[in-house]
Design a protein around this ligand. Structure first.
Ligand SMILES: Cc1cc2nc3c(=O)[nH]c(=O)nc-3n(C[C@H](O)[C@H](O)[C@H](O)COP(=O)(O)OP(=O)(O)OC[C@H]3O[C@@H](n4cnc5c(N)ncnc54)[C@H](O)[C@@H]3O)c2cc1C
Length: 488
């Protein structure tokens, strides 16, 4: 039965989904209600028995492993800002500079990515010219980028089209596809460059060349570093693992809001100027709702009263992947594993996408003489691998690790974490699709969408998306200007 109690005095906002986006949205609503002195009841509904979605740190003996996200980028400020507001700034740890390099499998052997290579383009000539990853013809083609004319009419291109047009096919297949594919688990032929790495087409337009743009940027960031000194490395995590952020956030939210786990939202209905949120056991009336689910799930919630929005939400595709986390004795590995990780080009025809060396990035994670490997399987490029059972995935990964890194012997432990339809794919046309979704959702007062499907896939993006949705909703419910704060 619908509960309409106290709606006239106290506003009620329901947040659907208890991943990092939903928790960030709920947290921001609580902050706003404290700052603005307005009385709001926040209810967060999470389908599973735990909050956190794709976060999951676990202690196994003296190992501290991550089953999902292992760190976050710091040049997008929203992750660090949230940690600061939660009193966790002192717990942030940076990556270990001794191993700051990545490896690419080339003809069956791990080869270092040329120093200064910036996802799509070289930042320095000498390491590129010395690298065995490209033939001389391939290297000269990369250098010729300086003379490739810019697009007269900028348009959304796939990553593959852009790289082929500016740098040639060899660097796409041997370097860029595995580096970028590892981040987005996507097919580069479909991935929208403008939605994922907009700075590269912007550099093309501004400087007429990406290489020239990178050089200018490097020069100005050297100047800035000289002036201020970088506070954190490019990636950070928490001393107690990513779960520490989740736990603190959940604790803060739980102090002021109602967090209901094992509560799956079945549908949302419109009710006058508000909404009714239908769970398996009850119906909750609310003045506003923030939906933070994957878009295919959000679509089903609004299908009956916002069919066009549901159709647009359903257009965003998702990929599935698995991470096989394993702990090994370093003495059992032939390769020195002296890097943050290894990415694997599609053309190498392996059955794994990448291996991240977690305890090289963050050394405190493994006992002395041991290492944590996180092997990525599936994604948009190898969906068939997800058909395998956990035991088969474990077997496959151990065989592949032996072949590419010379990992022998029994691991100390193996954990398989599966992520079904968890990674949104930003295909060409993504920004237009999202613009349309935002326009349609904007016509629904008191209704907000947030998550990693819209304007960024990483943890800081998810935090920002949740916080922005909270603020928009706040402003629609309490139209007076938000006083004296500048976070979201
Ligand atoms: C394998 C993997 C590794 C990643 N690694 C990194 C990394 O290292 N660094 C980084 O920055 N980013 C990483 N990301 C991305 C980042 O972790 C995600 O973007 C972010 O965690 C998404 O959070 P979310 O809250 O939007 O979604 P989710 O975490 O998916 O949360 C959605 C929540 O909604 C709940 N839910 C679903 N349906 C319902 C319903 N009907 N009713 C109520 N609740 C429901 C789910 O149970 C879930 O808890 C990774 C992503 C994946 C998949």
């Amino acid at each position: 039965m619908a509960d309409h109690s106290s709606q006239s005095e106290r506003r009620r906002i329901v947040v659907v989904g208890g991943g990092i986006t939903g928790l960030s949205a709920a947290h921001r609503l609580i902050e706003l209600s404290q700052q603005q002195g307005a009385s709001v009841e926040v209810i967060l509904l999470e389908a599973s028995s735990r909050c956190g979605g794709v976060f999951g740190s676990e202690r196994i003996g003296d190992y501290l492993i991550e089953r999902g996200a292992d760190s976050f980028i710091t040049n997008k400020p929203w992750g660090v800002n949230l940690c600061r507001r939660l009193g966790l700034e002192g717990e942030l740890i940076s990556t270990d500079d001794r191993y700051r390099r990545s490896l690419i499998l080339h003809r069956g052997k791990p080869v270092q990515t040329p120093d200064g290579f910036n996802l799509l383009a070289p930042g320095q000539w000498w390491p590129l010219f010395r690298s065995p990853l490209l033939s001389w013809a391939g290297k000269l083609r990369v250098a010729a980028e300086l003379f490739v004319p810019k697009l007269k009419v900028p348009q959304d291109e796939s990553l593959a089209e852009f790289v082929r047009r500016r740098f040639g096919n060899e660097v796409l297949e041997n370097v860029v596809q595995p580096l970028v594919g590892g981040i987005y688990t996507s097919d580069p032929e479909q991935l929208s460059l403008r939605a994922t790495l907009p700075r590269f087409p912007e550099m093309e337009q501004q400087f007429g060349s990406v290489i020239r743009g990178l050089r200018r940027q490097a020069a100005s960031s050297r100047q800035q570093e000289g002036a201020s000194g970088a506070r954190y490395g490019l990636f950070a995590t928490l001393a107690g693992g990513m779960q520490q952020l989740l736990d603190r956030l959940e604790e803060r939210v739980g102090d002021q809001a109602i967090v209901r786990k094992s509560t799956s939202v079945q549908s949302i209905r419109r009710l006058g100027s508000g909404y009714e949120i239908v769970t398996e056991s009850d119906v909750i009336a609310a003045d506003g709702v923030v939906v933070t689910l994957p878009t295919y799930r959000s679509a089903t919630l609004v299908q009956s009263w916002a069919p066009e929005l549901a159709r647009r939400l359903d257009e965003i595709k998702y990929a599935s992947s698995a991470i096989v986390v394993s702990g090994h004795q370093l003495a059992d590995i032939d390769h020195p594993v002296d890097a943050f990780g290894l990415v694997i080009p599609q053309r190498e025809q392996r059955r794994i996408l990448a291996v991240s060396f977690l305890s090289r990035k963050f050394p405190s994670r493994a006992p002395e003489g041991r290492i944590i490997l996180r092997t990525f399987v599936g994604g948009a490029m190898q969906p068939e691998e997800m058909e395998r059972s956990d035991a088969e995935l474990e077997q496959l990964v151990l065989e592949e690790l032996q072949s590419v890194l010379g990992v022998r012997g029994r691991p100390d432990f193996v954990r398989v974490a599966r992520y079904n339809r968890a990674m949104p794919q930003y295909h060409v046309g993504h920004l237009e699709r999202v613009g349309e979704i935002e326009r349609l959702a904007g016509e629904l007062p008191g209704f907000e969408l947030a998550g990693n499907a819209y304007r960024g896939v990483g943890v800081p993006d998810a935090v920002h998306s949740g916080e922005q949705a909270a603020r928009r909703l706040w402003e629609s419910i309490f139209p007076a200007p938000v006083k004296g704060e500048g976070v979201a």
